[in-house]
Design a protein around this ligand. Structure first.
Ligand code: ATR
Length: 287
């Protein structure tokens, strides 16, 4: 990579951000596409989203990814917010067109692409989503937008209820919600066609845990896990052992990054190179 006077700048703002895989993934993509761009990570503490947006204009930064804790706050500082991002109520990608900042949410799109790449079309499907945090929001809105019937289960049931209310307000769709308990999972998953985990159960340091009991898993129930560290969570390993389709968190990460890359550059993203860069980095970390 050769940085010159014309190199365009992209990056990610968040806190914490030191362990983000996005710089490795995006710079590999810029290299592969032979684009004069560079991508860096900025630690931006809570409350600094507005000044980050101003910095973007002042410095002519072409694109930003936005992560915790700024995905909602940043919206107030943008000139336009894409329709889907507005419905979701969170922006993870910003494009700067000559000082005009537009916000998008590529998490939702990335999640759907990940499913499609495994031959899963959510239309008309009964889907159970575990968790009701930030990751769950993009997943639930994406699924509802794709025509799925969604049930959200969470340890804190009030958070699940609140997500269901937000979906109803934004899109009129009816999302069921309930408590993340063994009994509820057994009954809700009996006629489900897809299970999505968005909780942090299974993520390091909970890698020996599963967010649901083993007995709810079956050969004809595809499972998607948004956790990518480790790539094969206990949930996905158990699912794969039954012979069911699994979609891992790396796929969602790569696809949201690919969509952001395309918004900034107008060039088709080299998805395979991005995936290889992420996997290489994860391997290095576990060595
Ligand atoms: P993210 O942006 O990754 O979704 P988050 O907003 O902190 O992060 O959400 C984490 C999700 O994991 C929540 O649904 C959380 O449940 P609560 O809302 O009840 O806290 C869920 N979660 C975390 N640890 C959990 C555990 N040990 N058992 C069940 N759910 C858990």
């Amino acid at each position: 990579m050769r940085i010159t006077g014309t190199t365009r700048l992209c990056g990610i703002i968040g806190d914490p951000v030191a362990h983000t895989l996005s710089p490795v993934m995006q710079n590999a993509a810029f290299d592969k596409a032979v684009l004069d761009y560079v991508y860096v990570a900025w630690r931006a503490p809570r409350g600094t989203a507005a000044s980050c947006a101003q910095a973007m204009r002042a410095l002519g930064i072409r694109g930003l990814n936005v992560t915790v804790p700024h995905k909602i706050d940043i919206m107030r500082s943008l000139d336009e917010v894409d329709e889907q991002a507005a419905r979701i109520g969170a922006v993870n990608t910003v494009v700067n067109d000559s000082g005009c900042l537009r916000g998008y949410n590529t998490d939702a799109q990335g999640f759907l692409h990940g499913l499609r790449s495994h031959g899963i079309d959510a239309r008309g499907m009964n889907v159970v989503v575990l968790g009701a945090g930030g990751a769950a929001r993009a997943v639930v809105f994406a699924l509802v937008g794709a025509g799925a019937r969604v049930t959200v289960l969470n340890r804190n049931v009030e958070r699940a209820a609140s997500l269901a209310r937000d979906v109803a307000t934004a899109s009129g769709a009816h999302v069921l919600h309930g408590l993340l308990s063994s009994d509820v999972m057994v009954s809700r998953l009996s006629d489900a066609a897809l299970l999505v985990n968005t909780t942090s159960v299974g993520m390091h340091p909970m890698e020996m845990e599963m967010p649901c009991p083993r007995e709810v898993l079956r050969r004809d129930l595809p499972v998607c896990d948004t956790v990518y560290n480790p790539r094969e969570t206990m949930l996905l390993r158990t699912t794969a052992a039954l012979g069911a389709v699994t979609v891992d968190g790396v796929e969602m990460l790569v696809r949201q990054g690919a969509a952001a890359f395309e918004l900034w550059t107008g060039v088709e993203a080299p998805v395979d190179v991005m995936r290889a860069a992420v996997l290489g980095e994860l391997d290095r970390e576990t060595e």
